[in-house]
Design a protein around this ligand. Sequence first.
Ligand code: ATP
Length: 489
Amino acid sequence: MSKQTDDFFKSIISHAKEYGFVFPSSEIYDGLSAVYDYGQLGVELKNNLKSYWWKSMVQLNDNIVGIDSAIFMHPTIWKASGHVDGFSDPMIDNKDSKKRYRADQLIEDKIDRYEKDGKTDKAAQLQKDLDEALSADDLPRLKAIIEEQNIVCPISGTKNWTDVRQFNLMFSTQMGAAADAAEQVYLRPETAQGIFVNFLNVQKTGRMKIPFGIAQIGKAFRNEVIARQFIIRMREFEQMELQFFVRPGSELEWYQKWKESRLKWHLALGADPAKYRYHDHVKLAHYANAAVDIEYDFPFGFKEVEGIHSRTDFDLKQHQEYSKKKMQYFDPEINQNYIPFVVETSVGLDRLFLTIFANALTFEDLSTEEKQDSRVVLKFHPAIAPVKAAVLPLTKKDGLPEKAREIMQRLKLDFNVQYDEKDAIGKRYRRQDAIGTPYCITVDHQTLEDNTVTIRHRDSMEQERVEISALKNIIGDRVSLTNLLEKLV
Ligand code: ATP
């Protein structure tokens, strides 16, 4: 990371904390590694993102419905899905620093360094070697690559490595009070399986006809070997997943459609399209016949935000085998029974949050010849901004606060609105800019005479005088999710 991008990344983390978006978990106890809490504004932003996703899936598509399945599930589900045996990362320890690393990531870091130094041939060759070793699950080869490449531990600086071992990422716990009769259960590492095991319930009770989808938003847990880069790699995070069930043979067509529509969904939020790219998977998971990531250009480089996978009939077939219940669908159009194929779209809400935050955080120099000035603005799309408007009496006297409160009372029925009377008005504008509030409504002496206020626009900083009675429509027009949703249809 260059100094400049490193500084920008640090300012994202400090701004998120300073303004109540994201706090390190259990901070007064020195934190808990790779676990974060969302503060008073973070939760609003997160809820707005969830709402945008949910509506775009469930409300805009009459063949998609949502569910909310439990985090605990029957342990055999994780056997059937392959997670008990195969959900692991290759890890390696440095014997001197006692630090643990993901072997593939140590090698990827080296590839990044080759690329930064312009050694593209070396980077390509190393990527090829890494892909081959990963595809073959060849752990000794991964260690050999680390040694051949002279990769040292960033802490101890030595090459004193252990062998590479597989490390299962699932958290487990005991269910039931009596220790001897207790059953080992897992905290789900993905929300997808909750959808697969409810496939028949939803299909039958909802009289769903293929193609149809089931959407879910919920927490997932992974005991990541190394946790870094803020809310990119967490041990507890949230996913928004769609499993779309299709007729066998049509899955790649649907995969293509979802791949395009998901990128469109991200772009509607207003980020620079050059910040996004597709990354096709070289090594396909055992269940997939096509897979792509949508990546975002974070300050530390492109990273996956969403995965789109054509999962074949793997999951339903496995559940049919393990549960001994038929996972079939009768297709009246072709008069046949079959196990549907599945196309999955899976976006991490926390990573999405970070793309939105990184994209919105802007440092503006407003200096003129007379004076130096600057501001920090979170330029969120108004539809997802945590606070939609702030109501600000110009002074604390002459009945202005009472009038402002009256306006606030009306607006809060429709919008998340803040009231602020402390400090000079300029300072209050800056505070709202820093949390991304699209509108500031200022109540002044003229308001008492003619029931008009000024409304200040966050991005242009322009102000206009409007009737109080027009505020609801002016704000509503811009902050409505409809603005985003209509770009998708
Ligand atoms: P990665 O390769 O970065 O570990 P993944 O391929 O394992 O990610 P998926 O299993 O496809 O991720 O999960 C779907 C989405 O869930 C990812 O695109 C990402 O946004 C999110 N996600 C996965 N792991 C984490 C994590 N540890 N912390 C935050 N979000 C995560």
